[in-house]
Design a protein around this ligand. Structure first.
Ligand code: CU
Length: 316
């Protein structure tokens, strides 16, 4: 009985130390089913639609989250109603490009699995030809691989948000222009122009929120097909940047950090604790910032406690 009590107590202490988001060391299987959907989606705060190619009808696709050591069991469905072949390329996977990543025709599906071996934040995307078009039309998403434990270097954050930036090419069939990086008129954040920036778009209704002094962790993915991102928090500084999202790759007190095409990193910001404030999380590259790549973070004592937690990490 005494032994049982001691075990329960040590479990409780471990839970408190590792924080709410980290799981114990037992590996699990994460089942992921994605359906390729060629469908219209809304790409701005006014309701303008665009003929997207997507996973499950959403840009970006669903957030997949696992812990180091987990097996990811993937099923990709390409329904008969689609016109194109599609595929899925997980940047977290070490597999065979001609096998697991190969294209499947409409009416077919593919099943495979891989082990998530390295902590980080990763893009996944369709790798079918022409690659530029399948990504530009919206076939991408995010996978987070959490480390087994939080640490002094990689503390448990107060809030987490996922932001995915992409280039918007309104001429959805002009692959030549996409490859030449011409004809992109706007930048999308989580699938919409100025999605969470009511300062620069009167139709925007949402923003990211935290309480003053909280540690906010941004998992940022660059899903542009041709443009690197200079990610900068206006009126603040990145307290830490974890290159590729790996807790071992830490940089401190960074003003602007580059995220390459098809790359991702994790950014922590801690706002002043003694006042309310605002940060604009922006791509400081002007051709992107002024065309939609900015996101408002409001640090206010009245911040919704549910935002940036649970299933409200990837806002839509
Ligand atoms: Cu595709």
């Amino acid at each position: 009985m005494k032994r049982l009590k001691t075990d329960i107590l040590s479990c409780l202490i471990i839970s408190m130390l590792v924080g709410v988001g980290a799981s114990a060391a037992i590996a699990k299987t994460v089942k992921v089913t994605l359906t390729a959907k060629e469908t219209d989606v809304v790409i701005d705060n006014k309701g303008t639609t665009y003929p997207a190619w997507s996973y499950d009808g959403m840009i970006p696709g669903k957030l997949i989250r696992a812990t180091v050591g987990d097996d990811i069991d993937v099923t990709l469905i390409n329904p008969k109603s689609n016109k194109k072949s599609h595929s899925i390329d997980f940047h977290a996977a070490e597999v065979d490009m001609l096998n697991e990543l190969g294209s499947i025709r409409p009416g077919h599906s593919r099943h495979f699995s891989f082990r998530a071996r390295h902590a980080g934040v990763y893009m996944y995307h369709c790798a079918s030809n022409p690659l530029a078009q399948h990504i530009a039309r919206g076939m991408f998403g995010v996978m987070i691989v959490d480390p087994k434990h939080y640490s002094k270097t990689y503390p448990n954050p107060d809030r987490e948000y996922v932001l995915v930036q992409s280039q918007y090419f309104p001429d959805a069939d002009n692959v030549t222009e996409m490859v030449a990086n011409r004809g992109w008129t706007h930048a999308l954040i989580n699938g919409k122009i100025f999605h969470f920036d009511p300062i620069h778009d009167g139709n925007a209704t949402g923003a990211l929120m935290s309480r003053p002094g909280e540690r906010v962790r941004i998992f940022f993915v660059n899903a542009n097909i041709n443009m690197p991102v200079s990610f900068h928090p206006m009126a603040g500084m990145w307290d830490r940047v974890f290159v590729n999202g790996n807790p071992d790759n830490v940089l401190y007190h960074v003003q602007t950090y580059g995220v390459p095409v098809a790359g991702a990193s994790t950014f922590d910001i801690v706002s002043p604790a003694d006042r309310s404030s605002h940060n604009l999380l922006m791509d400081h590259t002007m051709s992107a910032a002024m065309r939609g790549a900015s996101t408002l973070l409001i640090n206010d004592p009245a911040a919704d406690p549910k935002l940036g937690r649970g299933d409200r990490i990837l806002l839509r």
